[in-house]
Design a protein around this ligand. Structure first.
Ligand SMILES: Cc1ncc(COP(=O)(O)O)c(C=O)c1O
Length: 370
């Protein structure tokens, strides 16, 4: 910061001076005009193209608009009650947030002070590192091993200032996961010395029988915090609602830094509705993803393009050209993907699965764009 800058900018703390704000993408209609795109398929945010379960839609339609004049339940009482019934955990184990992202912030502020550090992977969901950065907390980034979190390296990297370990299971964007045995071994080795956060944003997409439900491990590991979101499988991304689960003791600390009234009443009602689904929404979504993944993998093999494909509703594709150039070219055809260079995957794009017909359209233009 130099002397010619307005004096108010001199008040900006030094650790914020080199941090860039997150720039969200422009609205779809503006992007369509900008790229002269015939239509726009959003394949950049891992949203569920099948939308929310019918029970969530019904809850939204039934919602009484009169309630909009009132503050919502400040701690999402009925949703926590429902989650407690479903999990067997205490209602005090749950904190509902304005998206799971709100929890990332609350946990860091609850357990870390400037000079402390968190540990996560170098190639994972970037919000952990971003929140730590603007909070004066150092992030130790551990390289992925075989595209997955490296448990031994994470354990070895801990020091006396390490307060939180962030795991993403399955990992966004590689789709790798730790199975039940590996996760339990890791938690045993941590020995309760750090908070371990397992971000299970894509849990409902995983059908594998050895995939661990972190919420079931909370009674055994009081230092464990699990994130879930209604943005992905449950198709409620726009309403911004997610939650964390932990032991009541840890939740009590996190609640001290969690905003109240941040979750609106419509989102709470829709989330309760979503949890009423009889399982058909999850089954239908999973079978769409399985079909599209199989189709994509076969076609990418034929095209000789490398990819990383695991769990979740996305696939990483290695492009023989710059990922931002490929993004722009695909946009002209109506396909919006996520360029991954800024997520430390140079020249990869991440593509969210849609129905197989849409994936056919995508693959019909891809060869012309690379
Ligand atoms: C791994 C992971 N965690 C959390 C989130 C954020 O979820 P929410 O929309 O509930 O804030 C995302 C969204 O992309 C994600 O990929």
């Amino acid at each position: 910061m130099n002397d010619s800058q307005p004096s108010i900018l001199k008040q900006v703390p030094s650790h914020l001076q080199n941090i860039s704000p997150y720039i969200p993408s422009k609205p779809d209609d503006i992007l369509r005009k900008l790229f002269n795109a015939p239509f726009l398929h959003r394949m950049n945010n891992n949203e569920n193209v099948l939308g929310p379960p019918q029970a969530a839609i019904d809850a939204i339609v039934r919602f009484d608009p009169v309630l909009i004049a009132q503050y919502p339940s400040g701690d999402s009482y009925y949703l926590r009650h429902r989650l407690s019934q479903l999990s067997g955990l205490s209602i005090d184990s749950f904190i509902i947030g304005n998206g799971a992202n709100e929890g990332v912030n609350s946990i860091i502020h609850a357990f870390c002070k400037p000079g402390d550090n968190i540990i996560t992977a170098d190639k994972t969901f970037s919000v952990y590192e971003w929140v730590a950065g603007f909070s004066e907390i150092k992030t130790k980034l551990i390289p992925l091993k075989n595209n997955g979190f490296d448990s031994d390296a994470i354990l070895a990297e801990r020091d006396k200032n390490t307060k939180i370990i962030y795991l993403c299971n399955p990992n966004n964007p590689t789709g790798t996961y730790w199975n039940d045995k590996k996760l339990r071994n890791f938690l045993d080795m941590v020995h309760g010395e750090q908070i371990v956060v397992i971000d299970e944003a894509y849990a409902e997409y995983v059908a594998a029988s050895d995939y661990p439900d972190g919420i079931k491990l909370i009674s055994r590991y009081p230092n464990l915090v699990v994130f879930r979101t209604f943005s992905k499988m449950y198709g409620l991304a726009s309403l911004r609602i997610g939650y964390l689960a932990s032991s009541p003791m840890v939740a009590d600390v996190i609640r001290r830094t969690s905003p109240v009234y941040s979750v609106n009443a419509l989102a709470q009602a829709a989330a309760i509705g979503a949890l009423q689904d009889d399982g058909s929404h999850i089954r239908n979504t999973r079978s769409m993803i399985t079909e599209s993944r199989h189709y994509m993998e076969c076609e990418l093999d034929k095209m000789g393009l490398e990819y990383i494909s695991g769990e979740g509703n996305f696939i990483l594709i290695h492009a023989p050209i710059s990922d931002t150039l490929l993004y722009r070219r695909l946009m002209h055809h109506g396909y919006m993907v996520r360029p991954m260079t800024q997520f430390r995957f140079p020249n990869y794009i991440r593509v969210t699965f849609h129905q197989v017909q849409v994936m056919e359209g995508f693959l019909s233009v891809l060869p012309r764009c690379i």
